[in-house]
Write a protein that binds this ligand. Sequence first.
Ligand code: GLC
Length: 546
Amino acid sequence: MASAPSRSTPWWRDAVCYQIYVRSFADADGDGVGDLRGITAHLDYLERLNVDALWLTPFYTSPQADHGYDVADYRDVDPLFGTLADFDEMLAGAHARDLRVIVDLVPNHTSSAHPWFVAALADGPDSTARKRYLFRDGRGPDGAEPPNNWQSVFGGPAWTRVPDPSTGSGHRGQWYLHLFDPEQPDLNWDDPDVGDEFESVLRFWLDRGVDGFRVDVAHGLFKETGMPDVRGGAGTGPTLDDTMSQWDRPYWDQPGVHDVYRRWRQVLDSYPGDRMMIGEAWVGSPESMAQYVRADEMNQVFNFHWLSTPFSAPALRDVIAETYAAVGPVGATPTWVLSNHDVVRTVTHYGGGDLGLARAKASMLAMLALPGSAYVYQGEELGLPQVDVAPADRQDPTWLRGGGVGRDGCRVPLPWSGQAPPFGFSPDSPQPVRTWLPQPGWFRDYTVEHESHDPFSTLSFMRYAIARRRGLVDRLSHELEMLDRGDDVVAFRRAGVDGAPGLVCVVNCGTVDVPVDDLGTAVVLSSALAEGTGQLLPDSAAWFLS
Ligand code: GLC
């Protein structure tokens, strides 16, 4: 299979990157919401997990309408999460442990509390301030209809009407576009102020020492000229990833985005130390995805194919083949993602219970054996299933806007220790702290403390798997040879380099045991191998040196 080339090896190429959803990782100040000092306090845990890098979701000044993806000040930390000094301390602590840090950049939209948008509302039509966003007159009598039929990813119309500042409060004025929540107005990337501002924001964080950026909604930013109606109706899908991946929309994957990423790449490359960016780009084809990772654009894009794929060998083989089809021709490195803060947790996606966990561990072994970098979402290392958050407790704007059940169930604060909420997420206090989303009682079986004491826990498995990967990865080729071990089996081999043995990974997606005794000299690791029989059990995976 075509492979990524051997450019000199930047740190991110084979990195395991751990995603920290800051609100839900660890709370140091006792308000029930995670914060930067909470991360600093748990850097030893992350080092012990053997990951190479951390990606932090937005911690910037924000009214939190979309939990931080609505940024009011791109150069400061929200008091909810701490201060810039807390950020610097966290970054220094991470770097001291050889952990790189990637921060989230949100360029498609700001918060409605951003000073630019506040000025745009006050200054009225045709003002400089309004040109930085996408304001339009409405259609129909008195402009009472939205300018087009676009729908928000979170449900409902993508347009909101504002008062006209010149005619007083009784009159209705223009409409502004928000592909997400009304409190997330879309920026106008044709306005030069916008590009200049984001270059300056990049430099601000690069100067502070961050190692890279995760670019939110990287396939957004530009809209088709004239903003035409969505053809064939505007309907939204039932889940966020459906709506994000309706790629034939006139607001996704427009050609103008590539100039932006070329400009950013030049900025990144002007700093020492392999600074990088990875894009969240939901696009329709391997060819479109490849455009984002051409040699002068992004370093990586998330590969979301696996997230929505069932645990089936043909489907997983397709994911691998399509990924290589996308990145191979442009010489980029593959990435692999099983989970993140926007989707149902893997264990639940694969059916829940012991079956879901077995499949999640098998998929994790496959992901960690594949060439390229792997992104692990907090809680995956504990085998956390999705939480069924009661409707009254839900906070995701997707749910609040009628766009589906929402994403709260994968965002519940992590359980660290103890027998009852807040499970060590927040500090001890006479009155137990209420976490921003309630934790279920069954979290007691998933705490870091509990799993650390159990050599057969998911956490012990993950620590070992990532450590073994780290020991092997420098001696493995990025070439991937697919092996035919039957319809229900995914099997591949990476050759060893410089005389080192290769690595074979076998995943049994079928219902019967699969013989593996001919595959290699030593089993490196297995999620369920029947001891002494040479058989790999259903819903499991194993690595062999070969
Ligand atoms: C991305 C984020 C998601 C957020 C959306 C709008 O998809 O991952 O959490 O709601 O962008 O910024």
